[in-house]
Ligand binder design. Structure first.
Ligand code: FAD
Length: 442
């Protein structure tokens, strides 16, 4: 069949409506980008139709609405035909997206060890699925990963799509995105959520590009509006505003969410569900990449800031790198980890992997102690979901106090040593050590 020839939308040309010009001083002439307007001796425009490109600038600038865009009868017919086609196209889009149903969560794992963010997403996905009245499903891809299906049920999924095979043993963008695109095209979920981890960010971008759908990265809030669209909220413009983004015309609606942003779903090992087993014939020889060796991140073991239950975090108010020692002491007493603000990283006092916030880690500890941190929005988005926030700041108007559960207005160099001494004293009473600490502000 011969392909329908694409017809260009007519732009028309500018036309002076007789009797309306007020000779304002040639504003239309000075605004014309094509030099298509001359003025006559009454101060009225004369349009050069060979030069006019129908850009409408003169029409818009005219203070007397004396100019309009003129279309020939032939052009008017084309415009009328085009106007008729537009609703049909909109209807087609509407019908197309209605075929998509269900909320899917991608279960991220490393050689079968699941990433907690997947279970956090199942918790959030359950709320979305309930509002929409659809099924909550998870997507498990890997090698010998069937145990993750049962775990998905325990965290709330009622159906799992599973692709299991040796070619999926290690994560590779090519194999995983092909498998997920295949499942999405076949089963058509309306929402697909993934963790905003290194793997999730890589994979989500590839999938959204292949499926030509929208993707909102690093969401901090998800909800459903009255029309059933997924409301994807995330910080924008350097974290100064929260933007809510909708994917109206394409499916699935895709979002990534950082670990620790959503609450972990409640695990119930007695839950069961349905496993849909699929296979994909991907041959090793046809792949561009091969995993030769996996080298573990050396910093991972010693510092798991994202997983720490207690975080003692320092900002510019700590005044220097040497003073982070006392934060480490406090963290050690409490069995926690030390974090920091970006100001501390930028000053070279702390390494970037300790930074909490929009461009650092998102944390959700049981206790977050913010020491000498003002509470800029970019810091707050990374820690405000902590169960208990204790803020120590000498400025009682510091924004950190707005999110704090307990606020201590005071000098960190007095408050922190006092806290350490107090904890040690309490421990000593219970039979631990009772060294006294001395701290000094440089
Ligand atoms: C795109 C973008 C991304 C960003 N990402 C992040 C991010 O991921 N994480 C992040 O933290 N920031 C981020 N920032 C930077 C952020 O805007 C702030 O500049 C930063 O968080 C400030 O760090 P701070 O609170 O340590 O320093 P300040 O804002 O300078 O606050 C220092 C605080 O210490 C208090 N203080 C001083 N001395 C004492 C004392 N002796 N005792 C008690 N209190 C004291 C002061 O009253 C003050 O409130 C980002 C900014 C941009 C534009």
């Amino acid at each position: 069949m011969e392909e329908e020839k694409k017809i260009k939308k007519p732009r028309g040309v500018a036309h002076l409506i007789p009797g309306k010009c007020i000779a304002c001083g040639a504003r239309c002439q000075s605004d014309c980008p094509e030099d298509a307007i001359e003025m006559n001796d009454r101060g009225e425009p004369i349009i050069n139709l060979d030069k006019c490109i129908g850009c409408r600038r003169c029409v818009k600038i005219c203070p007397a609405q004396a100019l309009e865009i003129y279309f020939t009868p032939e052009e008017q017919k084309i415009l009328a035909a085009m106007a008729e086609k537009v609703p049909q196209k909109a209807e087609a889009v509407e019908t197309g997206i209605k075929e998509y149903r269900g909320v899917w969560i991608f279960v991220e794992h490393t050689e079968g060890k699941p990433a907690t963010v997947s279970w956090e997403l199942l918790g959030e996905g359950a709320k979305l699925a309930k509002t929409l009245g659809v099924k909550l499903c998870s997507l498990v891809i890997g090698d010998h990963v069937e145990h993750l299906c049962q775990e998905s049920f325990a965290y709330g999924a009622s159906k799992v799509y599973l692709i299991d095979g040796p070619v999926f043993h290690h994560y590779r963008t090519e194999t995983y995105y092909r498998a997920i695109c295949y499942l999405v095209e076949k089963y058509k979920p309306e929402i697909l959520l993934m963790g905003a981890t290194g793997l999730g960010r890589d994979l989500a971008g590839a999938i959204a590009t292949k499926l030509r759908t929208g993707l909102t990265a690093d969401c901090t809030g998800l909800d459903i509006d009255e029309k059933g669209y997924l409301l994807q909220t995330r910080p924008a413009f350097g974290g100064n505003i929260m933007a809510t983004i909708l994917t109206e015309k394409t499916r699935p609606q895709m979002s990534t969410v950082r670990p620790n942003v959503m609450a972990l779903a409640k695990r119930d090992a007695s839950r069961t569900g349905v496993i849909i087993r699929e296979s994909m014939d991907i041959k090793e020889e046809e792949l561009a990449t091969r995993v030769i060796e996996v080298i573990e991140d050396a910093t991972g073991e010693q510092l798991d800031l994202a997983g720490a239950e207690i975080i003692v975090s320092g900002g510019r108010g700590m005044c220097g790198p040497e003073n982070f020692g006392m934060l480490q002491q406090l963290a050690d007493e409490l069995g926690g980890a030390v974090g920091c603000s970006r100001a501390a990283v930028e000053a070279g006092w702390m390494p970037p992997e300790r930074q909490v916030g929009q461009t650092g880690k998102t944390v959700r500890p049981k206790i977050y102690i913010a020491c000498g941190i003002s509470g800029a929005i970019q810091h707050l988005v990374g820690m405000q979901s902590s169960d208990v926030i204790i803020a120590i700041n000498q400025d009682k108007k510091a924004p950190i106090f707005e999110v704090a559960t307990y606020g201590i207005v005071g000098d960190v160099f007095q408050v922190i040593p006092a806290m350490i001494d107090q904890i040690r004293e309490l421990k000593a009473k219970k039979g631990g050590s009772s060294d006294t600490v001395s701290h000094r502000k440089e």
